[in-house]
Design a protein around this ligand. Structure first.
Ligand SMILES: *Cc1c(COP(=O)(O)O)cnc(C)c1O
Length: 348
């Protein structure tokens, strides 16, 4: 239990409550690694927030959501005729599940497989991910007779203002024969949501939010890795699986947190081309020695990996000029929460 997420629970929940209050109709998104907290935890928080619906990413996440949340469970990934397996079957059988359809042929196929299924019809936005284009809406409406339409959905890109695109889909929805006035939107900010509601008072606008809800106040979160070992090393000394020579004297720290925790999964920041390496070398950086900057901060600075992270721990180089930590000390680690797996999540 050494790579841990500590949550300042009071502060985190204050943010969750404030966000939910600012976003009426909020549908909390609970998918993947549960944004670092774990999906079960987020299901409990969604209940506490009074949400009537949560959204999961894929069918594999449905059974757990049905077991841990008492309301409706929306599947963000579109239903396709080729999907099979017990999770899909359970989802199709459960009246609390709301499916997403984004192709006319899928509407027809789903109505055949599960007449009366509850669906959200998705429009294809500039994301170009899934959904019907505007011209297919009418054909979809004709095929929707045997399904229960719960809303229309638009998944917008994350850059720039998406209000204009959301509005044009709102107009398309109102002009369509779709039997719903509920508009589920993804990635529209609070003020844009307000403007959309003002301009389209006939619609019930419901934001589907993950990141800015769960990870909207990073100050409430503290990732703690532990120093497991400290070794003195000299320049030229070879260490690690790869027996690389160390570029300078210092300390080799073995710190909890490795690939299984998601440490080191990010693409390297700097270029790896010959020219880039030459430039880097000219700057005298350790990058030129083939080292990569680690996410661990020790003695006030981010330190370099001595070699690529191991499964559960990392070997990190600390120059002799720095103050070496003691075995057992906690060090902070920058993580990408959506790819991090913690040994333990501690609600402080
Ligand atoms: C993942 C997802 C969301 C939530 O995204 P965040 O950036 O985490 O808020 C919303 N809508 C759809 C369709 C998604 O796939």
């Amino acid at each position: 239990m050494t790579f841990e997420l500590h949550v300042d629970t009071e502060r985190w929940r204050r943010h969750l409550t404030a966000t939910a209050a600012r976003l009426p109709g909020l549908v909390p998104v609970i998918k993947g690694n549960g944004y670092g907290f774990g999906r079960e935890r987020l299901a409990a928080e969604s209940t506490a927030l009074g949400a009537d619906t949560v959204a999961v990413g894929v069918y594999a996440e449905v059974p757990e959501a049905l077991a841990t949340f008492g309301g409706d469970v929306m599947v963000l990934g579109p239903w396709r005729p080729f999907l099979d397996g017990s999770a899909v079957e359970q989802a199709l059988a459960d009246p609390r599940v709301v499916h997403t359809v984004g192709r006319v042929e899928d509407v027809t196929a789903l109505a055949r497989v599960r007449p009366g299924a509850r669906v959200v019809v998705e429009g294809e936005t500039s994301m170009a991910r899934h959904g019907l284009d505007r011209h297919e809406l009418a054909a979809a409406v004709a095929a929707l007779d045997d399904l229960q339409v719960e809303g229309f959905a638009a998944h917008l890109p994350m850059t720039g203002s998406n209000l204009a695109e959301a509005e044009s889909w709102a107009a398309a929805l109102e002009a369509s024969q779709l039997e719903t006035s509920t508009f589920f939107v993804s990635h529209l900010g609070p003020s844009e949501l307000d403007q959309l509601r003002e301009r389209r008072p006939g619609l019930t606008v419901r934001p589907r939010v993950g990141t800015s809800l769960w990870l909207g106040d990073l100050g409430a979160l503290d990732v703690r890795a532990r120093v497991l070992d400290v070794h003195r090393v000299s320049r030229g000394e070879r260490v690690g699986y790869r027996q690389r020579p160390m570029p300078r004297d210092g300390y080799l720290l073995v710190i909890s947190g490795g690939t299984s925790h998601g440490v080191g999964l990010e693409a390297p920041r700097a270029g790896v081309g010959v020219v880039q390496r030459g430039k880097t070398f000219a700057k005298g950086s350790l990058e030129a020695a083939g080292l990569a900057l680690s996410p661990f901060t020790v003695d006030g600075r981010q330190r370099w990996f001595a070699e690529p992270p191991h499964m559960h721990a990392s070997q990190v180089l600390l120059p002799a000029s720095a103050a070496a930590p003691a075995v057992g000390d906690a060090v902070s680690c920058a993580v990408r929460y959506t790819t991090a797996t913690f040994d333990r999540v501690v609600l402080d």
